[in-house]
Structure formats: structure tokens, C-alpha cells
Design a protein around this ligand. Structure first.
Ligand SMILES: [Zn+2]
Length: 429
């Protein structure tokens, strides 16, 4: 099967946008050139000057299946990913049951093969049922296809357990990916401990709840010699600790979510649970430190923490509603409009944070626009403008704080392994 993409644009080696054609053969990028003739191509797609990017990678997605199918399924979550331009996503293990045994992970991979429309790499748990007690069989889980190990949703509380897990991870050359929360400092908070919590008389989660866990884990990772990756970093102290650790040569990497880059507690309009997520929206200085950390390389890349919930659950109010917002379908347009168009970063940087950077951190063979690479591609219309409307989402979740935001930079076609898996105007190809 050959597919020819005609009249796209891409970043050349000098970082300039230039006209390009791209030929796909047997699921791989066969050629990239300023002009490729149509001879013999079975499928020709006219791009009308739209941007060709390597397909986006999101290492932090909650697909909710098994156990949470009312919120999302592998099928709906991966359609949502495809619409957002993501061709590879990593599924978090806080499902019921959890992927903590070889059998459970094999079941999950079978389910992914049957129902996913983009590539899904599942995480396995660090501890059985994410209870923080018994460490899972890393060797067996690696063999069964685990992407990395995490107990995302909760922090591993016991330092001796975390150290043992890190040593095991180092032995099998896999990463420990950590949701960082010290349980004794959560304070039953629903939002950040700061201006907003004070104004509304709510319990707040202090910044140290996160940063103290990251500081602990970094020292444990140094002792264990393992690759330690920080999920959804959210405070200025966390950024400083990661920056210092990198300077010291410790193998630590970090991701930041679009909402923490775009919003602070000062943007929460009132008791609206669409602004409730974990970690919470922090202070303005934290938001600024995250942007600075991303720009100077302290933070390696962007991940959405796509966390769908039902409308009924989110209607329970700021204190009772579950934490989390959806993110796959809005990440690129939001960041393109609010970061690239405003000059905070370049288009090239934004694309790298969504493609090659996560690929490099986790040694994935994706995220590269080059001959011979898998044909995972995202085609983006950088010109047309429209407002975010949760009614358009393919995710079951409509829990977003960005309703009504006017954005440019909408993905229009998504290709995985050379196959068109989504295009604008159709629910499914
Ligand atoms: Zn988390």
C-alpha cells in the first residue's frame, strides 16, 4: 500500500517551514521531498499547505478501561487521541482491575489490539493494586509489554518500597514514572493551598505535598541508578529540585500538562469542578516557573493527563467531584494559540515537546519525520480558527476548563503506521 501526501509543509533542517510531499510505503515513510510524482500511488491526499508533523506522543492518558467504561473506553479514548493528533499514547494503570500481573497486562493488550485506533502502550503498576505494599513482577510485566512502571493516581508512600522498586526497575532497564504526593500532606484538599482555597474556605493541597516527594524520589533514584520520571510537575519548588538533580547528573526527567502551563489558581472562575484536577492549578509563580522550566529543558516534554469523568460525577461540586480534566483533543490548538502565536515558544519547540522529546526520554522509535521511520503523522491546519466545544469531543468526557477558548492549529488528519485513522469531518475512517 502506498499513500502520497501532496503539498504539505514541514520544518526543514534549518527550522524553516517549506513545501513538501511525503510518500508512505508499507507503513513507513519512504520518501520526503519537495516534489514527488503521483505515479502508482494507491492513495493521494492533498494537504493544501497544511503542516505535516510526526504523530504526537502522550505518555499520560487515562483510558479508564477496564472498570471505568462509563467515563471512557479504549475505543473512545483512542478516537479522542486520534482527533487530537496523538498517534501513540501510554495508558495509566489506575483501572479496575489494575495491570499488575502478566495475565492482566496480556488481557489489556488484547483489548487494545481489538479496539484501539491509535497505538497504546500500557503502563504496569509498581505495586499490586497500587496499594504501595507488594512490588509487582517487573520482569514478567516487561515481557508482557509494559511501557514503564507507575502507580499514577497515588504516590508510593513507603521510601523503602520505592527504593526497592527503583532497584528492580534499574535491573530490567525500565523507568519508574511517579505521581508525587506525600499522603500526610494532602490535607484533604480539593484545590491548591493558596489564594483560591482561602477565598472559598476550602482545604488546600500545599505545594510541598508534591515537591517533598520528588526530592525524596530523586535521591532514591540516584541511589538505585534508575530512570525516574516525574508526572505532571506543578510547583516552582518541584521545578527547582528537578533542575538541581539534572545538574548533579541524576537520571531524572519530567513532564508538564497543558493546563498547568495555561492556567493558575487565579483563573478559576468559582466553584467549577472543571477546574479541579490533581495536581491542582497552582499559583501564578508556579505557572511561570513551569513555563521557564520547559523552555530551559528542566522539564522534558508535555503530556496531557487526559482524565475523563462522567458529567454526573463532575456535577458533585468542587469538594466532592473527582479530580481530572480531559486533554487530548485540545492540547495542540491551545498551546499553538497561546504559546506559539504569542511568541512564548516556537512551533518547532512545541512540536518537539509532543514528539521527539518524549520518544527520546523513553527510547521509542516514533516521533521522527524521517525516511524509514514509522508513518505516524499528524496533519495540522494552522490557519482556521474555532472555539473549543466539548460537544465536538470524541472522548466520553466533556470535563474541560477550556470551553469557548478560540484556537487555531487544529489537527485535520491523523495517520498511524501509514493508515488514516481520523480526518476532520468524519467520526471514523
Ligand atoms: Zn497523576
Amino acid at each position: 500500500m502506498t499513500t502520497l501526501l501532496k503539498n504539505g509543509k514541514w520544518h526543514n533542517s534549518k527550522g524553516e517551514l517549506e513545501k513538501v510531499d511525503l510518500l508512505i510505503q508499507n507503513g513507513k515513510i519512504a520518501s520526503i521531498s519537495s516534489n514527488i510524482e503521483e505515479n502508482g500511488s494507491e492513495q493521494v491526499i492533498e494537504l493544501d499547505g497544511n503542516l505535516i508533523s510526526a504523530g504526537f506522543i502522550d505518555v499520560h492518558v487515562h483510558l479508564r478501561e477496564p472498570g471505568g467504561e462509563k467515563k471512557e473506553t479504549i475505543e473512545t479514548g483512542t478516537k479522542s487521541a486520534a482527533k487530537g493528533g496523538f498517534t501513540t499514547i501510554c495508558a495509566m494503570p489506575n483501572t479496575r482491575p489494575t495491570p499488575d500481573t502478566k495475565e492482566q497486562l496480556e488481557w489489556l493488550n488484547k483489548r487494545i489490539a481489538e479496539t484501539a485506533s491509535v497505538r497504546v502502550l500500557p503502563y504496569a503498576c509498581i505495586t499490586t493494586r497500587q496499594l504501595g505494599e507488594e512490588i509487582t513482577d517487573f520482569t514478567a510485566l516487561k515481557e508482557a509489554g509494559a511501557f514503564a512502571f507507575t502507580d499514577d493516581g497515588v504516590g508510593v508512600q513507603d521510601a523503602s518500597k520505592m527504593l526497592a522498586a527503583m532497584k528492580k526497575a534499574a535491573a530490567v532497564n525500565m523507568a519508574i514514572v511517579a505521581h508525587c504526593e506525600e499522603n500526610t500532606l494532602i490535607n484533604k484538599g480539593a484545590v491548591h493551598e493558596g489564594k483560591f482555597s482561602e477565598k472559598y474556605g476550602l482545604n488546600g493541597i500545599p505545594s510541598v505535598c508534591e515537591s517533598v516527594h520528588i526530592a525524596r524520589d530523586i535521591l532514591l533514584a540516584e541511589a538505585a541508578g534508575c530512570h525516574y520520571h516525574v508526572c505532571h510537575i506543578s510547583t516552582k519548588e518541584s521545578v527547582r529540585v528537578v533542575r538541581d538533580a539534572k545538574k548533579a547528573g541524576i537520571k531524572v526527567t519530567a513532564e508538564v500538562s497543558p493546563h498547568h502551563l495555561l492556567l493558575s489558581e487565579e483563573d478559576i472562575p468559582g466553584l467549577d469542578s472543571n477546574f479541579k484536577m490533581n495536581p491542582p492549578l497552582r499559583g501564578k509563580q508556579d505557572q511561570e516557573a513551569l513555563i521557564e522550566g520547559l523552555l530551559d529543558g528542566t522539564i522534558d516534554f508535555i503530556a496531557t493527563d487526559h482524565a475523563p469523568h462522567t458529567a454526573e460525577e463532575k456535577a458533585e461540586g468542587m469538594e466532592k467531584a473527582p479530580f481530572g480534566i480531559v486533554g487530548l483533543e485540545t492540547a495542540f490548538p491551545l498551546l499553538f494559540t497561546n504559546f506559539v502565536e504569542t511568541g512564548k515558544c516556537t512551533l518547532k519547540q512545541l512540536l518537539e515537546w509532543l514528539t521527539i522529546k518524549p520518544a527520546e526520554v523513553f527510547n521509542l522509535p516514533f516521533g521522527r519525520l524521517e525516511e524509514g521511520a514509522p508513518a505516524d503523522l499528524t496533519i495540522i491546519d494552522l490557519q482556521s480558527k474555532s472555539a473549543i466545544d466539548p460537544g465536538d469531543f470524541l472522548s466520553k468526557g466533556i470535563n474541560t476548563p477550556f470551553t469557548g477558548w478560540e484556537c487555531k492549529g487544529w489537527p485535520v488528519q491523523t495517520i498511524v503506521d501509514g493508515k488514516l485513522v481520523w480526518q476532520k469531518g468524519s467520526v471514523q475512517v
